[in-house]
Design a protein around this ligand. Structure first.
Ligand code: KDO
Length: 340
């Protein structure tokens, strides 16, 4: 099993071809490892770059895990300690992992149409995200993820509104003020695009490296929702938070289809209910924290202010609508999303 995990961590490319090639032997190893576990209980390992105190992690550990305990052991791994950020979906597809908190950006590296959910200023809020996930037009997209990746998207989790968080003093009012600012964005192309659309110079870097990146000055800033900023103590190494709210960010509870298919209909219903309950609890906690934390950061001595959000929205939306990403979006979907 150690070999399998190591192999996965070394593999960063997520092309479809990559997913297919060499998969058989890894799957065989993965299955062999699982068959050595207690015959009557499945072990569901979650790999995430999130901290243990992240509200999505807390909700899964306190609600999801206990709810499925009769037939499964929930085993979370935090801080990307099991799989590197961005390699989790591939790991599930290969049969080496059972669960992750997947981003639309990760899905978009494999299924380009998911880039629609990486577009800045598209989702309005947490409720809108929920409605979009439950909408009929999501069904073919969810099915494609199941058929092509062997991943079941159980529920949408609210990560929060992404805000700029900088170690430099310069006041940021409009995208032009971000010219030349080295803004850390997560690894994939879709994230780099968002950084550019905001007017910054994006730098790809894993979540777990942000603190050091800010501390050493390798980057001028990062963007994340306020709760993630607090959990990872990024406020210790930054001076300001600019409330751009440029992405109402989501993650999906991604579950191995292979494991799902081994469950009885009753167990499947329990897993689905548990995922929905955890997502809802996490969502409410994140929303409450976003309100509370503005004062927390001010108390820590950071400047927290709202820029010209219209200027950011106009520039970012234009960049997406004119991009190659937009060509991959299902016909009429932006209008359907906006109409919800
Ligand atoms: C991040 O790397 O900035 C990000 O916020 C991206 C999200 O999609 C998600 O992966 C998140 O990190 C992790 O869950 C850590 O909170």
């Amino acid at each position: 099993m150690l070999y399998v995990i190591w192999e996965e961590q070394m593999t960063m490319t997520t092309t479809r071809r990559g997913l297919m090639s060499g998969a058989a032997s890894l799957i065989a190893l993965g299955l062999a490892a699982h068959s050595t576990q207690a015959a009557d209980k499945i072990t569901i390992r979650l790999s995430t770059p999130a901290t243990e105190t992240d509200q999505r992690a807390v909700a899964l550990a306190t609600i999801f895990g206990p709810a499925i305990a009769e037939f499964a052991t929930y085993e979370p791994h935090y801080n990307a300690s099991l799989f590197k950020q961005g390699t989790e979906l591939e790991a599930i597809a290969r049969g080496n992992l059972e669960m992750s908190i997947a981003s639309a950006q990760e899905l978009a590296t494999i299924l380009p149409e998911f880039s629609i959910f990486t577009a800045g200023y598209l989702h309005r809020d947490a409720e809108h995200q929920k409605k979009v996930f439950a909408a009929d037009f999501m069904e073919p997209m969810k099915k494609k993820v199941e058929d092509e990746l062997g991943v079941k998207l159980l529920a949408v989790m609210y990560l929060g509104r992404r805000q700029l968080n900088l170690r430099i003093d310069k006041e940021i009012k409009t995208p032009a003020d971000l010219a030349g600012v080295k803004l850390r964005m997560p690894g994939s192309e879709a994230w780099q695009f968002l950084g550019k659309a905001l007017g910054a110079s994006p730098v790809p870097m894993a979540f777990t490296e942000i603190y050091t990146g800010l501390q050493t000055g390798a980057i001028d800033g990062q963007d994340n929702p306020l709760p993630s900023n607090r959990d990872s103590k990024l406020y210790e190494v930054t001076k300001q938070i600019v409330l751009t709210s440029h992405l109402v960010d989501l993650n999906y509870i991604a579950f191995s289809k292979k494991v799902w298919d081994r469950l009885s209909p009753e167990q499947q219903a329990t897993v689905q209910k548990a995922a929905d309950a955890a997502a809802e609890s996490g969502r409410q906690k994140q929303l409450a924290l976003e309100v509370e934390l503005e004062q927390f950061f001010k108390d820590k001595g950071l400047k927290v202010y709202t820029p010209d959000v219209d200027a950011f929205r106009t520039q970012v939306q234009k960049a997406y609508l004119e991009s190659d990403y937009a060509k991959t979006w299902p016909e009429g979907m932006v209008d359907k999303i906006n109409a919800l």
